[in-house]
Design a binder for this molecule. Sequence first.
Ligand code: DLL
Length: 433
Amino acid sequence: MNVWDTTHECMSRDELEQLQLERLQAVVNRVYKNVTHYRKVFNEAGIISEDIRSLSDLTRLPFTTKDDLRVNYPYGMFAVPLREVVRIHSSTGTTSKPIVMGYTKNDIKIWSNLAARFMTAAGVTRDDVVQITFRYGLFTGAFGVHYGAEAIGASVIPMGTGNTDKQIMIMQDYKTTVLVSTSSYAIALADRLEKLGVDPKSLSLKVGLFGGEPWSEKMREEIESRLLLKATDNYVISELIGPGVAGECLCKKGMHIYEDAFIPEIIDPETKAVLPAGSEGELVLTTLTREAFPMIRYRTGDITSLDYAPCECGRTLVRMKKIMRRSDDMLIVRGVNVFPSQIEDALFSVAQGETPYQIVVERKGAMDNLEVMVEVTNKIFSLELQKQRSFLEAIKKRLASVTGISVDVRLVESKSIPRQMGKIQQVLDKRQI
Ligand code: DLL
């Protein structure tokens, strides 16, 4: 099996831990000097950089959360002056204060090589034609894979999202061998191919790189058999870098975390205690190589477990189990992070007050659908039809703008949403993945 960076992906654990410690000491030192937030929280915890003498001292450092990033919006967490930043990205899902990540020239180089690792692990070579259906723009997904593919020397087709018929035409004509997409979009593509009567055998697909949202082994089997490719799971998280944090090899038994660049820990999300190897809990990551945007003990909110057993592929890197749930209430809809609180705030501001509602997420065909049912008061029902319609449109518009995805909104009669002990279940996630 091909390995992109044998030195770092196949190191002995002793060597790896020595490298991690050196890098950790350097990053702790740097953030203390250059980032006001870290200086403040380290001082509050009574920690100085010299306290990090072994890897186990990592647990003495405070966690970093999404809220810390929001409070320090836009550039407060940058560890280099803006003139050294050559790229700015955001995570999916916009709130009033999105999360802003910066990259130096060297960060981009490191990122490209990290992305090249999971692509190589899935079998991508310079002979491949890679069709990227992730969204280009502020998000990290498309750019990370794009640069990784170029580092390998493959031919990149930067399609971006949507326009499924055109995606298929290009896939046929340009002889795409590698599909990069969310797992749900891969199924939507398979559905459309079937409708158009295109035999997947007539395509050149070989590898599918998927990520950005939870998906099951059942979905993997479906995608592999319908698109006739080998599908791997890849972990994307913008705050840490984007794609290139962890990815599966063709053994498909967990995603190798690139531990020379990220130290993983698993914590109990309630007590925040670090759990022993093998336990299931929330993944916490510390960056070791980021220059512009280092993260110390970042709480990802993703629930997984770590497996340190050797892998047949020869990589010595730990593997994280597929992520199927989160420790918080964040929803992932069509690969985009959506917080129920964003929806509630937007809804109440348009309705000019609290109004009973329920968020329903389900799969319609292959794709996720998010609908907000809003109970209307007599006041709104008594409005003439035209006014009701503009109320509905105003909610839709506001929700689309705060979440970054299209949202269906349905006005329903007062007291018609089911209650349990008088309370509405605010989020009903009916997806079976
Ligand atoms: O941009 C994720 C993305 C990439 C979406 C490509 C669509 C296409 P974030 O907005 O930072 O990154 O979202 C990161 O997505 O914390 C997980 O909850 C979830 N996630 C990412 N990869 C996987 C995966 C994008 N392979 C959040 N399996 C993370 C399950 C995943 N969940």
